[in-house]
Design a protein around this ligand. Sequence first.
Ligand code: UD1
Length: 432
Amino acid sequence: MQAFIINGPMRLAGTIRISGSKNAALPILAAALLTDEPITLHDVPPLRDITNMRALLTELGCESATQPDGSLTLTPSSTSNSHARYDIVRTMRASVCVLGPLLARRGEARVAMPGGCAIGTRPIDLHLQGLTALGAEISLEGGDVVARAQRLKGTTVFLGGPFGSTVLGTANVMSAATLAEGVTVIESAACEPEIVDLAAVLNAMGAHIRGAGTPRITIEGVSSLHGAEHRILPDRIQAGTYMLASAITAGDVRLDNCPLDSLLAVEDRFQAAGFTINRLDDTQPAGRCSITIHTGGERAGPIRLTTQPFPGYPTDLQAQMMALLTLARGNSVVTEKIFPERFLHVPELGRMGAQVFRQGPTVVISGVDRLVGAPVMASDLRASASLVLAGLAAEGKTTISRIYHLDRGYDRMDERLRALGASIQRVEEDDL
Ligand code: UD1
């Protein structure tokens, strides 16, 4: 296993281009199972989760190849295997997004039941409820969810759960409904930009989807889908992470290809903390721009923050914002409403001198004047990113072990931060 060694504190400066979104790309790759024709995707990020999804699709009879221009082409060739094995699903929960496409196109899907993960129990009951409403028969066989249907039938599906809607559940039901007979209406659909991007690809493949990005999505089923070409939207979570990296180091970082319009709740919290986001131009394609973050050399002011479904503040940026707030000029309050157990970073930040007090889904953070470097352990993707941010601002050496979590969701984070002036090295843990 590998680790990062960071020597701080430092001030980041320079320009970074935001990559394509991991969470948009994963269900879009799975959507290739809905057609016999090639799908070409641009801006697919070079991440471990994407490699895992490509390996899963290969097993399911859909080959993928990177083209000389960097695009990815997916070519379905065989429909003989519809089994997503536990070996792959347990490394990446997002494997569950092959369920809807396999069922709709092949009449049967067998997907290993994803277990819990570091951030909570993460059930898939809403996915199954939605597919059942479309006429699928679902059973659990040897730890696998098995879904069968001759042809799915459109209906009204309600996808609201105790923590709001479900992003991948919406992706699964929307993808499956493209090939259903008749009209499907998803009520309480997830409104995340990644769902809008998936709908854009499906429509480019010949689907008839309206309302993606709102809580009501209407899908008129068609008998088949064809090939398409699409550019994946930029990664709002990666953008937010580098915005926070710039802010925590009082840096001067410019972000290109930044999806600021899908980060308005984050911009709002930056403003509450006393920082300004400058939008530099609007000449880039829709939904993308360049920005800088202005801190005026000041530490963040204390804020209150509650994570919510989009367009609220994203749970995937809660841990990184908490790193910033450990150094704020007062007491901040963070409440996690999507994954109430998502606080594995709290004790690790405490090892670096942060004053953090958790009560259930709420954490009070009393800002301190300095963090000190320490050996800490990465536990999940976004918690790991928060430790990197804390390490950039902390005095002395921070060693973050188990960074394979980070490689799932941030491409070359060490190289990218080095290019902005950080002292960060990737080492083998055995060499420590
Ligand atoms: C996606 C994102 C993840 C993000 C999350 C919430 C991907 C690959 N992952 O995960 O990064 O943190 O959205 O924005 O896109 N729930 C149920 N029943 C279900 C499904 C979900 O109760 O059937 C609950 C979950 O436990 C959680 C909440 O609903 O409390 C939201 O989960 P969901 O939107 O489904 O997360 P994912 O789509 O798995």
